[in-house]
Design a protein. Structure first.
Length: 95
């Protein structure tokens, strides 16, 4: 199993989940991210939680990726936007 990315509400209730694709596209984008990128904080084999400030940075970075990005990135963006709108968290469970 790969990463599971959740939108959580302010009380940490799970609102929506998306899994990384078979090619581990999100993991690969995180591992290859430049220094200073919020994506560098994603732990492929552990759990990662982003607060609203960090979620905003994640959204900015993912939206800045070039056209032709893997479809799972758009799904992760939807999860991140939902978490931000609910003043919650993005919670990523590693493999």
């Amino acid at each position: 199993m790969g990463l599971a990315i959740y939108a959580q509400g302010v009380g940490h209730q799970r609102l929506r989940m998306v899994a990384d694709d078979r090619d581990a596209s999100f993991v690969r984008l995180c591992l290859s991210a430049p220094l200073g990128s919020i994506r560098r904080g994603v732990m492929p084999h552990g759990d990662t939680m982003f607060n609203s400030w960090q979620t905003e940075r994640l959204i900015e970075e993912l939206e800045a990726l070039p056209a032709g990005r893997p479809a799972v990135i758009d799904e992760i963006l939807e999860v991140a936007w939902l978490a931000l709108k609910k003043a919650g968290y993005v919670y990523i469970i590693g493999d």
